[in-house]
Ligand binder design. Structure first.
Ligand code: AMP
Length: 411
């Protein structure tokens, strides 16, 4: 296999590890895979290379370190061309707190800062740290780069990120809105600017990332000025299993009147609410669309609430932005569900949105472009590609003395 410079992208979740070897210039994926059920009884790793799929069961209790070893010893050792062209490793890191507004080369100070943010992302940041440590051992000569989900939102002004709580909670404990999905919102912003023939620093969009997790961001002159997720990924839109915004008085009600403990409240809001909770059927949009067509009332209600709440946020972000060049749909639902897009745009007809039915149906996974009519507020579908952003940032930050360093990767 002949190839140019490649970046290994690692995304360590609490019990999973997604990996991809990618060309940072054009986003071509040479190999990708996932380790799942890590720390459980039957961990699995599956991967795809040259359109061939492979999988393997790993020993009980396997964690991130062993998956990275497997990647090096079993997968990459059979594909030396890939391994030998690696120039960097890019890590997705969920929470960078206020410390990181850009991607950075990982050193001891960066590792310490990611540790300090563990309290803000207790499931994710420890997994990222494990991945960084294991990758350092497996690839000692390669630079490692951290790309933070929170970084894009560090441009939010104070009035958007401070909660109306005692200010000391922010000053002393860092309690504020941080926002997530920043890597996706940033990708979409850059691509929207290209499609609209604008430079990134003059584009104004509302970016709706709708997947199992969902968030929406107001982007002014290419920078995030508000976003729906907050201190944690629970705030904001209705999601697959997360409630999004609720009356905070609900928590006292559940605790004092219904004897819910903190763990039960956490499970209720994070795992049993959203599309799943309302429909009493599924968190999966596809399943709900089919069920609603077959007359399932809960599924219909879940989709209605999802779209209504999303439309309200879009309306609010029109008030935040001086001008909106485009509304953008992305994420599994945003890219694939013509029904959700249609419902939301119809709800927004009062502020100039109108769906072009044929364009909306044609927008398929992997393609981007407009779905609005020529006369109405511009609405685009843009498939997100967080891995590519991570690979690009990693390549950009490679120091010149690194083995395999290819100066053409620097933009
Ligand atoms: P993500 O978390 O970005 O992978 O998105 C997952 C969500 O996208 C799930 O709710 C899926 O049901 C939804 N999704 C994927 N494909 C479709 C589709 N063709 N129609 C509707 N929803 C879809």
């Amino acid at each position: 296999m002949s190839c140019t410079s490649q970046v290994l992208v690692l995304n360590c979740g609490s019990s999973s590890l997604k990996f991809a070897v990618m060309d940072p210039h054009d986003g071509t994926v040479a190999m990708s895979g996932i380790g799942e059920a890590l720390g459980h009884d039957e961990p699995q790793v599956s991967w795809k290379i040259k359109d061939e799929r492979h999988s393997s069961t790993l020993p009980k209790g396997t964690r991130h370190t062993e998956v990275i070893r497997f990647l090096v010893d079993t997968i990459l050792s059979q594909h030396p061309a890939l391994r030998d062209h690696l120039i960097a490793i890019g890590h997705r890191v969920v929470h960078g707190g206020e410390k990181f507004s850009h991607s950075v080369l990982i050193n001891d100070a960066v590792v310490s800062a990611i540790k300090e943010c563990v309290a803000l992302a207790p499931l994710h940041n420890p997994a990222h740290l494990a991945g960084i440590e294991a990758a350092k051992v497996a690839f000692p000569a390669l630079p490692q780069v951290a790309v933070f989900d929170t970084a894009f939102h560090q441009s939010m002004p104070r009035h958007a990120y401070i909660y109306a709580l005692p200010y000391s909670l922010y000053r002393d404990n860092g309690i504020r809105r941080y926002g997530m999905h920043g890597t996706s919102h940033r990708f979409v912003t850059e691509r929207a600017a290209e499609l609209l023939n604008l430079s990134v620093n003059e584009v104004n969009i509302i970016s709706a990332h709708l997947g199992n997790g969902a968030s929406i961001t107001a982007v002014h002159n290419g920078r995030s000025v508000d976003t729906s997720m907050g201190l944690t990924p629970l705030e904001g839109l209705v999601m697959g299993t997360r409630s999004g915004d609720v009356d905070p008085g609900l928590l006292m009600h559940l605790g004092s009147r219904m004897d819910f403990g903190l763990k039960e409240i956490n499970d209720l809001l994070n795992k049993k609410s959203g599309l799943l909770g309302i429909s009493e059927l599924s968190n999966d949009c596809r399943t709900l669309e089919k069920a609603a067509t077959d007359g399932h009332d809960g599924a219909q209600l879940a989709l209605d609430i999802f779209c209504y709440r999303l439309a309200k946020y879009i309306g609010a972000y029109h008030a935040v932005l001086p001008q909106v060049d485009a509304l953008v749909f992305t994420g599994g639902i945003g890219e694939n569900s013509s029904l959700i897009r249609h419902k939301v745009m119809t709800q927004l007809s009062g502020i100039g949105y109108a769906v072009d039915i044929e364009r909306n149906e044609r927008a398929r996974f992997g393609e981007d472009g407009p779905i609005s009519t020529d006369q109405s507020a511009v609405t685009l579908v843009i498939p997100t590609n967080e891995e590519w952003v991570i690979a690009r940032d990693a390549a950009e930050l490679v120091p010149p003395d690194t083995p395999n360093h290819d100066p053409s990767t620097r933009e």
